[in-house]
Design a protein around this ligand. Sequence first.
Ligand code: ZN
Length: 426
Amino acid sequence: MTPTLQQALDRIDDRVDDLVELTRDLIRFPTINPPGEAYQPCAEFIGKRLAKKGFDIEYVRATGAPGDSDHYPRVNVIARREGSRPGPCVHFNGHIDVVEVGSGWTVPPFDGLVRDGRVYGRGACDMKGGLASAIIAVEALIEAEPDYPGTIEISGTVDEESGGFGGVAYLAGKGWFSAPRVNHVIIPEPLNVDRVCIGHRGVWWAEIETRGRMAHGSMPFLGDSAIRHMAAVLERFERELYPMLAARHSDMPVVPDGARQSTLNINSLHGGQGEEHEGLPAPCVADSCRMIIDRRFLIEESLAQVKAEVTDILDDLAKSRPGFQFDIREMFAVEPSISDRNGAVATTTAAAILEVLAVEPAIVCSPGTYDQKHVDRIGKLKDCIAYGPGQLDLAHQPDEWVGIDDMISAAKVMALTTSRLLRRTA
Ligand SMILES: [Zn+2]
């Protein structure tokens, strides 16, 4: 390691208080999505900080994106700082949105409580701690190596938790995530500090509705229950689909182990009258039953096959089960994405992990999707990974936290990686 690089890493150690305060400041913006609360002040906070360090700041509102309104504007921030001479561009992309709070918290979700070497709060691990680590890493590097070649970019983007359409997808569509503007992308999602994440599984969300005919609940034989029709769907899923999916294993190194197969979650199931009535419900046969499914699939499967496995069961029931009628509506589809494990950003990050942490890095894929898909599919930029502090299992949970030591380690790995990538000749 060069003396200036060592200096950059030492500076990160000296800045632990700054790193913790920055993480807490970010957590204090309650950027809950949906609806997309406090995006603009959070983006401006990041922009103002980086402007003081010599970055050019641009704010891009995703006008017309899902959920964008004057009350909830989808505001993204992109900071860019060019070095002393031409070279590649390294980009850190962190989403600033967080999921709803939910129940079960024993600490305040938006105070940024610090206790026992951890910072607590909604978004602490997913992924404000990661974004703070990237900012500290880059600031320390710029001070230690002010004459760096190439360009450093940091973006804070919105809506990742709802698909990224107002964030990275929107920006990628306008050229912000493509060469030659950007060459290497690191997304500090909480994949653990000693792992390099090279991609993610695919997603297919669909709503299935079965239909029936209303009748008096005392004479159900005069109607036709949509709920019983849905039960027939579920029975086929249990008998045929679940065993088939469980038997499929991927060569993608997905973590945790359980996600190395195809999975299907039933997100919700609603049949018959709503539950919001006052007093007792009226006795009726259900004329509609709706179910939302969340299918996660592997690089070895195609989206067309994934869809056909479900629609074939529904078509078959329509033929074989009297009165069975259905609709299916696709809500969301994402192809799996995987980058080259021998690519520049993956190998450079892995080497930096070994150097900083003295552990052999694991190369993994994420069970869920994240914004890499948009960098890959829309930006056509393949050299993209996720690397950041925080334990994946804690994301979206009550009492979410990120470890301060992990943030320091991740910041060092990021600084080292950035310095080396900037000196690569493409
Ligand atoms: Zn995330």
